[in-house]
Design a protein around this ligand. Structure first.
Ligand SMILES: Cc1cc2nc3c(=O)[nH]c(=O)nc-3n(C[C@H](O)[C@H](O)[C@H](O)COP(=O)(O)OP(=O)(O)OC[C@H]3O[C@@H](n4cnc5c(N)ncnc54)[C@H](O)[C@@H]3O)c2cc1C
Length: 395
């Protein structure tokens, strides 16, 4: 769709075509709201945004009991989403949390914290020692490492999900418009002005701009306090003989000097163009010196030191890793308490931001909740923990 074909008004305008904007559009479609325009500055789920790529972890293994319950609700909604899609959108191959076990929470939780919450909430898991981990997977855990394996966790196929949301929204008559940056939002909501100067009035505006949300909300005095973290991930080819043995894993180690200690990886979910099996792996940490306020100031180059750390971890801690074949920097939008912002800011303006490295698994809940806010209703479940008013994000 070209920008000149845009309407002058719509029931709902969504700004941003990543996970949050697209899941909201799909939920509005299912709620029967047809008069929706989604405006995306570049292309839907593009490579410079946070929703890019083939996979995201989902799990209920949380140290925070509230997030654990919300993850259970999201899994219920994923099952509905899969019924609508007529296909599986997730791969339930399980998730191994392993590493050092110490009483301190990291941005992804901790092994003892997650074990306590899973015990309290009756979530099935297996406890493993280093020998058992090494016998079962092509991993080389340190002798003091312990592990928890959640068999019902796995990977969301984010590329498939994005395609499903786009189909759902378009089938409902929504206009999904690419290369259409929004320059400003009317005070209180009520409409948006595009960079080309045209204006679209709206009963409701949903801001779903990831790290760029601050740029639109600061002039309105409504921006939450968030940081931008450049996050490194990469694809590595692996020994075809081991290709079906890699788990989905998250390794917890204490921060030491310039090593944040948190690494993660996926099983083989795809191949290189010439057919070699590959795994995706990343560092779940960015040094303070690289964290910024201004999204346009975030580095887009992979920092040499982070690349060294990731390569060293992959080649030393996993068996059969052969070659790094693709390297990507993707942004985290981070609140100081590592939780999200999903809230109504004014009667006609709602926001999702601060998705950190965790929001994709909650996508159906995020989409449905934003759609309810845009229809003048409250979210179906208590989302106080994602409030725009909490101290951690109040500017
Ligand atoms: C490396 C990485 C690994 C992750 N791993 C996991 C995981 O394993 N499990 C999990 O649950 N979550 C994970 N996440 C988190 C999850 O992927 C993100 O929280 C989520 O994708 C954020 O989506 P979003 O829609 O808020 O932002 P984005 O995807 O960044 O979308 C925002 C969109 O808004 C557009 N935009 C910005 N400004 C404007 C404007 N003015 N006008 C129009 N459009 C605009 C942008 O171009 C962009 O397309 C990970 C994130 C990253 C980066």
């Amino acid at each position: 769709m070209t920008i000149t074909a845009l309407p002058e008004r719509a029931a709902v305008v969504i700004v941003g075509g990543g996970m949050a904007g697209l899941s909201c559009a799909a939920a509005l479609a299912r709620q029967g709201v047809g008069d929706v325009v989604l405006l995306e500055a570049r292309t839907l789920a593009h490579a410079g945004a946070s929703s890019f790529g083939e996979s995201r972890m989902y799990r209920e293994m949380y140290s925070d009991p509230v997030l654990c319950r919300l993850a259970q609700e999201a899994n219920r909604l994923w099952r509905e989403e899969e019924r609508h899609a007529g296909e599986a959108l997730r791969e339930p191959h399980g998730l191994l949390f392993y590493g050092e076990s110490w009483e301190e929470e990291t941005i992804e939780g901790s092994i003892p914290g997650a074990q306590r919450v899973m015990d309290d909430q009756g979530i099935p898991y297996e406890a493993l020692n280093a020998e058992e981990i090494a016998a079962r997977f092509p991993l080389r855990p340190q002798p003091n490492f312990t592990g928890l394996f959640e068999p019902t966790a796995g990977a969301v196929r984010s590329d498939k999900v994005v395609a499903h949301w786009i189909r759902t929204a378009r089938a409902a008559g929504h206009q999904l418009v690419e290369h259409c940056p929004v320059a400003s939002i009317d005070a209180q909501g009520g409409g948006v002005t595009l960079e080309n100067g045209s204006h679209i009035s709206a009963d409701q505006v949903v801001v779903a701009c990831g790290i760029w949300s601050q740029l639109l909300l600061t002039p309105l005095g409504l921006a939450p306090k968030l940081e931008v973290w450049p996050m490194l991930w990469a694809h590595y080819t692996v020994d075809p003989g081991l290709a079906d043995r890699y788990p989905q894993w998250f390794c917890f180690q204490r921060e030491r000097g310039d090593d944040g200690g948190l690494y993660y990886g996926f099983p083989v979910l795809s191949t290189t163009a010439d057919g070699r099996p590959r795994i995706k792996a990343g560092i779940d940490w960015a040094p303070e010196a690289l964290r910024v306020q201004d999204p346009n100031a975030m580095t887009r180059e992979a920092p040499t030191r982070l690349l060294e750390l990731l390569d060293t971890f992959l080649f030393e801690a996993l068996e059969g890793v052969q070659e790094r074949v693709e390297t990507v920097i993707s942004p985290y939008s981070m609140a100081s308490d590592v939780n999200f912002v999903l809230d109504r800011l004014t009667p006609s303006l709602s926001l999702f931001a601060g998705g950190s490295g965790q929001a994709f698994k909650f996508a159906p809940l995020i989409g449905e909740s934003l759609a309810r806010l845009a229809s003048g209703r409250a979210p179906a479940v208590d989302l106080t923990c994602w409030s725009h008013q909490r101290d951690a994000v109040r500017a």
